[in-house]
Design a protein around this ligand. Sequence first.
Ligand SMILES: Nc1ncnc2c1ncn2[C@@H]1O[C@H](COP(=O)(O)OP(=O)(O)O)[C@@H](O)[C@H]1O
Ligand SMILES: [Mg+2]
Length: 328
Amino acid sequence: MAGEILLEVEELCAGFDTEDGYVRVLDHVSFSLEAGSTLGLVGESGCGKSVTALSIMGLLPHPAGRVESGSIRFRGRELLELSSEEFRSVRGKRIAMIFQEPMTALNPVHRVGSQLTEAIRLHQPGVSTEGARARAVQLLSRVEIPEPDHRLREYPHELSGGMRQRVMIAMALSSSPDILIADEPTTALDVTIQAQILDLLRELQNDTGMAILFITHDLGVVAEMCAVVAVMYAGRIVEDAQVEQMFAHPIHPYTRGLLNSIPRLDSTPKTELNIIPGVVPALNEMPSGCRFRNRCEFARSRCAEAAPELRAVATGHRVACVRASEFV
Ligand SMILES: Nc1ncnc2c1ncn2[C@@H]1O[C@H](COP(=O)(O)OP(=O)(O)O)[C@@H](O)[C@H]1O
Ligand SMILES: [Mg+2]
């Protein structure tokens, strides 16, 4: 049902035990994903996007990684409170995930066919060998892999990066998930292949109605793929809005910096991109208050006082900046 909130992440705090003690990576992260919609989670490398995805999937590395507090609800059910058995009925089934590097999820020693049919059997325990194979061929055709019969007999390393990503997508689709979490699925691919995979994901979404949590560091990809976007900086969401609104009226100084750093087609070749000066602070050296303030040209002393809360500046547009109202 369109408009239904499928996934609701609320005040999520998560992190890792390290030799220097526990470090929090995600700091009160909140967002929600509507049925059939695509939410972009965007931010620089290391800001916590993958940790967010892994928290939702219950795949944080054990025992170092853990969710400290907060809530992750799927169709209103608290995933953090499910028994591991109950959780298995959600993870990989109702919510599936694809990764930047498909080889992390594909087993190099098994043929594509056996991995795909194994995934199919997991979701359809009663299926016959023939039935699973037919479904595997159907799934590979669905992700537009030519000669699927032939491909099923190959090993992952025999496939190109783009083909491997298509196989990953086929495996994710094998359970007909309600949500696909796509964690930088095209970052490792060259531009042409990237465009093909994005087209494929859009088509599959049109056909199936699945919602997508699209994780990327690339705002260009967000503009192409997403209805709504949440911008993450150093483990916090700093701004979220409908994509058109975000691109037309970005408010948070970090978002504006990110948008300025996109190469424009109409700019003269070789003009310097506006890179945001400074670097993301290390996890154990986070500044008090706003975590962006050390890089922010608009920072004031009050920015050091408390973590700014996400507040609405317009319908559906929230910003975590104490000066937000001055920038509207
Ligand atoms: N297994 C781990 N142990 C300790 N720290 C980790 C681990 N995995 C990720 N981190 C830290 O969590 C932060 C967020 O990482 P990640 O979510 O992978 O970023 P990205 O936004 O690039 O996906 C980084 O600072 C990273 O160093
Ligand atoms: Mg990542």
